[in-house]
Design a protein around this ligand. Structure first.
Ligand code: PXP
Length: 231
């Protein structure tokens, strides 16, 4: 299981005072030293945490960069310029504290298709952040996404067998129809244990719990503890 570490909330702290500290790039390097397999960041329309220059600088690190973004023409233009290894398309609402719910790919096929095509044509892998629902998985394959990322938020909030089964069935279906599968959102040092048992998942993308832990033990240690938790 690979671990992608999301550094958004390092930037959240920096933006609180605009003093240039803490530096998401330096802490991304610490995360890599602690065992992260790649770095993830979300460039939001309102630039509340990660800034354009952060993405440009993260791209210079010798690691895989997964850029989360909304499927807008502004973000598409930016992604084609920076060329991350992967773009994860996410829904975005201005008022939300964090990404609420998955992308409704069934309803947004027309909007997503040209964005996916342009990114893939530029050699960028495309992942769609979706709820673990059969129709969303099927439509992701129709849209020829390379990956889906299953939204683990409902499970993370209230770990239970029904949600875990939804996640494992969505993974199985996705693999069956040729999609590669990542998962993330709300995962922490405890609730991650059952998620790693889901056969077929390639990568977990984890941000908040690692960043919160890093305040106590430092980034390298926080990532290596998560590394140990996910095996
Ligand atoms: N995956 C996606 C697509 C996300 O939008 C987020 C939140 O930015 C995460 C994973 C990480 O979630 P968390 O910060 O709760 O670990």
């Amino acid at each position: 299981m690979r671990l992608g570490v999301n550094v958004d909330h390092i930037a959240t702290l920096r933006q609180a005072r605009l003093e240039g500290l803490p530096d998401p790039i330096a802490l991304a390097e610490e995360a890599l030293a602690g065992g992260a397999d790649g770095i993830v960041c979300h460039l939001r329309e309102d630039r509340r945490h990660i800034q354009d220059s952060d993405v440009v600088n993260l791209r210079k690190l010798k690691t895989r960069l997964d850029l989360e973004m909304a499927a807008t023409s502004e973000m598409l233009k930016f992604a084609l310029k920076v060329k991350p290894d992967m773009v994860t398309l996410v829904p975005e609402k201005r008022a939300e504290l964090t990404t609420e719910g998955g992308l409704d790919v069934v309803k947004q096929t027309k909007k997503l298709k040209p964005v996916i095509e342009k990114l893939q044509k530029a050699g960028i892998l495309v992942s769609l952040f979706i709820e673990p629902e059969p129709r969303q998985v099927e439509e992701s394959a129709v849209l020829t996404a390379d990956f889906i990322e299953l939204h683990t938020g409902a499970y993370a909030r209230k770990p239970n067998k029904t949600e875990l089964t939804r996640l494992s069935m969505a993974t199985e279906k996705a693999k069956w129809i040729g999609l590669r599968v990542n998962a993330g959102h709300g995962l922490d040092y405890q609730n991650v244990h059952n998620i790693v048992q889901i056969y077929g998942l390639e990568e977990l993308n984890i941000g908040f719990s690692i960043i919160a832990r890093s305040v106590v033990v430092g980034m390298k240690q926080a990532v290596s503890e998560m590394r140990r938790a996910i095996g």
